[in-house]
Design a protein around this ligand. Sequence first.
Ligand code: UGA
Length: 439
Amino acid sequence: MRIAMIGTGYVGLVSGACFAEFGLDVVCVDKDERKIAMLEEGRIPIFEPGLDTLVARHKEAGRLSFTTDLKAAVRQSEAVFIAVGTPTRRGDGHADLTYVFAAAEEIAEALEGPTVVVTKSTVPVGTGRRLQRLFRAKRPDLAIDVASNPEFLREGSAIEDFLRPDRVVCGVESERAHDALANAYRPLNLIETPIMFTTLETAELVKYATNSFLATKITFINEMADLCEKVGADVQQVAKGMGLDGRIGRKFLHSGPGYGGSCFPKDTLALLRSGEQYDSPLRIVETVVSVNEGRKRRMVRKIVDACGGSVAGKTIGVLGVTFKPNTDDMRDSPSLVILPALRAEGAKVQAFDPEGMREAEALLPEVEWCAGPYDAARQADALVILTEWNVFRGLDLGRLHDEMRRPVLVDLRNIFDPLQVTQAGFAYTGIGRATTPAA
Ligand code: UGA
């Protein structure tokens, strides 16, 4: 089976490479000539563990190619996947569908025979139906079937998520669309992955409902963490106790500085706009969005409190600036709110991130960038863990202690054992657990 993947962002590139791994012939299309040139040279524009080797292997085997020529790519394909960005539209929170419809127009013009067009981009409910109308209007001569196949991969574990998903959701309305998706995902039958076939609207909504529910779960445990701090309970244990209930599950109950990234903030907002559009209030999601916004500012207070009530004239070391580990993505990272706020309160901020500094430099111009974690701790009055990169878990606490002016650790991801840290001479502030003074 031959498919075209329009868009070589996270979703497009990972999906393209993984479909090649499933044995399909994949041509990835992007308008960005620089990106395509990079990919042709075997360089990967994003940081995603394992993606470079997967791309190289399938490129070598001739199953994966890259082009800027959309026309040629879609003409030779049985199915065309649209995986372009749907960022938040400036000002109103709606998903911006400009790129999706621009791609659809080009596809409509280029196609020469019956084809299935699949949206993999996250698109608001009703978009598939609009695409159907567009294709019927532009190409009444051709059978172009629209399908919705939302993607659930996470940055940092994208390949594993794609190759071994919990489920695949397919919104289809014709046998041809059904068969195209069933064929594309056939290898997953071997590992008995549930492949769900449903309508366009339902598939589109499954995606938003899933992301918004996960964002709700995180926000719920974050508020529980605040209460834990007040009553002397431990949120890690509360989450464990809750999560052992099979109806709740343990995943996505890690409290932290608030969710960020390219999906949860954007998708929760877009779902709210859909709710408004269809006059169906979504008050839980509304609250989640505002609690999560407020949380980043709360984290600033936490850091200031750990520094004795003021950070003016103090040096704050920061470990991790990306919205989560194993990515260089800075989109909607809590660091983009927390670090400028610390600067505004008069702190000097010095930070290190294993992969994110190149992206972060332009976004956080007042931060001093360090070569490693111990440099970020040097002469600092407090060290803040903002992203739970694995390399931070194994840091030599004695060495960190020696580097710092004051041994104050603010662990916004609960990666350290408070007892061990206080024994090493630190004053410790975590999330949803007791603050401990230095031993
Ligand atoms: C998320 C979803 O998990 C994917 O299923 C989905 O496909 C993707 O959005 C998307 O819509 O494209 P991603 O944004 O890559 O994936 O990252 P997550 O691992 O979900 O983390 C999102 C945010 O939640 C991060 O800021 C993370 O630190 C935070 N988080 C996550 C917590 O604070 N606690 C948790 O327990 C889990």
